[in-house]
Design a protein around this ligand. Structure first.
Ligand SMILES: Cc1cc2nc3c(=O)[nH]c(=O)nc-3n(C[C@H](O)[C@H](O)[C@H](O)COP(=O)(O)OP(=O)(O)OC[C@H]3O[C@@H](n4cnc5c(N)ncnc54)[C@H](O)[C@@H]3O)c2cc1C
Length: 448
């Protein structure tokens, strides 16, 4: 075997990669690793992990770098940058797509759409990596119908913490497969994934429907989930005049000149404000790239580079009607009015299949995400917002809510034990088996 230093980034690229690996989109916690592997093959990752394991040196993967609280950092160890593992191949005949873990969702979607196909669930932000999203589960605007991004994986190539390169699926090493999907990188690093695809619409009609009260918003959202009249449904709560909030459902249906949608049939019986409806026809690709404009704007204003103390929670829908207004009325959350977005995503319990994605037992669920920006020069304000996240998390737990681990929230091993509940034993067993040195993805702080 070559020396470990031969695997790591060359000096000219090293400084930049080390700086990147010491930070993430959250910009709240930061830690420089010992080195960064710009992985070009599964074997290189296997060699690094085999070196690090017996020495007890942490190893984490980094894809798009969108973690919020150091979950992909490797204090005193090595970061595997998966950016070069970005080959994407589509097999239109069997409606599958195979891609390296570092491929962005933009690459994945572009390749699939060229064949008239698309993954059934696509995350909103296409700059995230395939491996990063699968490690957290992955939600998109079709999740009310199709569950998680991870629920559509056919096969994975992974490097376990024991330094083994394995292929797993429902048939091969099923326990490892279940431990990796939404498994927070605890048992293995994903090298390649094969996804199931479905035919993609060429064009869609997008409706934006505004509600003054969360109750009528949630009633409509529930209808839309149940009767499936829209292929894509998501929502936002937006600040409105006089300190109030407006709820907006964004719903999408395939739409072509040959098969036009009937607007009245789609929205005629809903409870939104009729005067403010927005209707727009887009190509499906334009629709999928809808957040790009906001990203460009936030980069231009500098907000993209500021700290992001985000919090994401899965709530029983019955609790959301009172929980969401109470959170938004909280003085600690007033920054969301000027520097943030509140997302509400309807979910259907039975569609969420990956065993390690923890959720309330209810059938009708809401994913609430507080996406806010904090001032870059006020660390005390950032600390206050992270601590406010803890308060909201505790309140959510009291009404049956569950954390979505894509959050800026420090968690203790005991918190994680509570989070995983009945799945904890299986995860601990898989960890002992596949990551015996407990070196992988320590940034979540799952183990003492
Ligand atoms: C602007 C923005 C929009 C988002 N929109 C959505 C959305 O619509 N839907 C949704 O579900 N999520 C969304 N997220 C959350 C995001 O999908 C997750 O944070 C995801 O884990 C990011 O992956 P990444 O590769 O970009 O980040 P990274 O920071 O590189 O990785 C995130 C975590 O995944 C681990 N990881 C990365 N690659 C691998 C791998 N190959 N194998 C194992 N573990 C790995 C890292 O170690 C880290 O713990 C959004 C986040 C942001 C910041």
């Amino acid at each position: 075997m070559k020396g470990i230093s031969d695997l790591l980034s060359l000096p000219d690229a090293r400084a930049e990669r080390m700086t990147g690996a010491a930070d993430d989109f959250g910009h709240i916690v930061g830690s420089r690793p010992l080195g960064v592997l710009a992985a070009h093959s599964a074997d290189a990752i296997r060699e690094l992990v085999a070196f690090a394991g017996p020495r007890g040196l942490p190893v984490s993967a980094r894809g798009g770098g969108h973690a919020l609280y150091g979950q992909g950092q490797a204090h005193g160890g090595y970061v595997v940058d998966t950016g070069r593992l970005n080959e994407v191949r589509c097999e239109p005949g069997d409606r599958t797509l195979s891609a390296g873990a570092g491929a962005t969702w933009s690459d994945v979607v572009g390749t699939a759409l060229a064949e008239g196909l698309a993954p059934p669930v696509i995350p909103d932000h296409l700059g995230t990596s395939l491996g990063g999203v699968l490690s957290t589960g992955g939600f998109g605007a079709t999740s009310h119908r199709h569950g998680l991004v991870a629920d559509w994986v056919r096969e994975l190539d992974v490097v376990t913490g024991a330094g083994e390169l394995l292929t797993c699926s429902r048939q091969r090493h099923p326990d490892l497969f279940d431990a990796v999907l939404a498994g927070l990188g605890q048992c293995a690093l994903i090298v390649r994934a094969t996804l199931q695809l479905l035919p993609a619409p060429a064009h869609v009609r997008r409706f934006r429907l505004y509600h003054a009260a969360p109750e009528s918003y949630l009633t409509d959202q529930r209808w839309l989930c149940r009767d499936g009249r829209f292929s894509h449904v998501c929502g936002q709560v937006r600040p409105s005049v006089g300190g109030t909030w407006t709820c907006m459902i964004e719903a999408v249906a395939p739409h072509t000149p040959e098969l036009p949608v009937d607007d009245d049939l789609l929205i005629g019986n809903l409870g939104h404000d009729r005067d403010t409806v927005e209707i727009e026809d887009l190509s499906y690709e334009e629709y999928l790239h809808r957040p790009d404009r906001d990203e460009r704007l936030l980069r231009a204003t500098g907000e993209w580079q500021r700290p992001h103390p985000w919090l994401s929670l899965l709530l029983p829908e019955d609790a959301a009607a009172s929980f969401v207004p109470a959170v938004l009325a909280d003085p600690d959350q007033q920054g969301l009015r000027t520097c943030g977005v509140v997302q509400l995503r309807p979910l259907t319990g039975r569609t969420l299949r990956a065993p390690l994605l923890r959720r309330p037992p209810d059938e009708r669920l809401c994913l609430l995400t507080l996406m806010r920006t904090a001032p870059p020069t006020d660390p005390a304000a950032v600390r206050r917002l992270v601590s406010a996240n803890r308060t909201v998390y505790e309140r959510a737990r009291a009404v049956g809510g569950v954390l979505h681990p894509v959050s800026a929230l420090p968690m203790t091993p005991s918190d994680w034990h509570g989070h995983f509940g009945p799945a904890w034993q299986d995860l601990a067993h898989a960890k002992d088996r596949h990551d015996p040195y407990r070196i992988l993805t320590r940034g979540y702080g799952l183990w003492p």
